[in-house]
Write a protein that binds this ligand. Structure first.
Ligand SMILES: [Zn+2]
Length: 211
């Protein structure tokens, strides 16, 4: 269809100084995101609308990520095989790695602490943080693959380099599985697991959106 005026903002869409109508796919996108049924939008009014959508999606994404960070740990992650009463299918192996630099100061403070026979706060905190990131990474991967638990997980810590340029590496590998009935898991946790799965799907849908 050819318009002389934009059906949304009524600005002229003909001539050198007029705007132009945007593609149908973009119109459909704006309508679906904003719950509108407009016939079309022009290059003038679509700009702000697309911006508005982008801001709203960004906010949604931030909120989902914050919530996920809080509940991602509800996805079971164990070093043992699956409990005998779990009915599950194997999805496959997943791995995660984190490398963190332990710079000069850390190295020094660790030596210093070792001297007194206490473990260094700084390096153990780094190990802890790296471990946490790996665990979260495995859980997210598992859920994105359609799983809801990780079994037979193995953790490896290693130091790369020597002297003051030491890097710490944490590697984890596990088997993502899909448990059919989450027996042995209490209601609250089950709900959290379902929420993680739902939020991950929403996040994937949001990040997939391209205009
Ligand atoms: Zn317009």
């Amino acid at each position: 269809m050819t318009y002389t005026k934009c059906p949304n903002c009524s600005k002229s869409v003909t001539g050198v100084f007029g705007g132009s109508m945007i593609e149908q796919s973009k119109t459909d996108y704006i309508n679906s995101q904003l719950g509108q049924t407009k016939e079309g939008y022009c290059s003038n009014c679509s700009y702000d609308l697309l911006n508005e959508i982008a801001v709203s999606l960004k906010n949604q994404k931030d909120q989902i990520e914050q919530r996920l960070q809080k509940i991602i740990h509800s996805i079971p992650l164990m070093t043992s095989p699956a409990p005998a009463n779990w009915d599950y299918e194997v999805i496959g192996m997943i791995t995660a790695q984190t490398t963190s630099g332990t710079g000069f100061l850390t190295e020094l403070s660790r030596d210093f602490n070792d001297f007194f026979g206490t473990s260094s706060n700084t390096s153990s905190r780094k190990v802890e943080a790296a471990t946490r990131i790996c665990k979260a990474d495995l859980r997210v991967q598992c859920v994105r693959l359609g799983g809801n638990a990780i079994i037979s997980t193995d953790i490896d810590f290693s130091e790369i380099g020597s002297g003051s340029s030491n890097m710490l590496m944490v590697c984890m590998a596990g088997t993502a599985i899909k448990v059919k009935e989450l027996a042995n898991i209490n209601e609250d946790r089950k709900n959290s697991i379902l929420e993680v799965i739902e939020l991950t799907q929403k996040l994937e849908a949001i990040t997939k959106v391209r205009v």
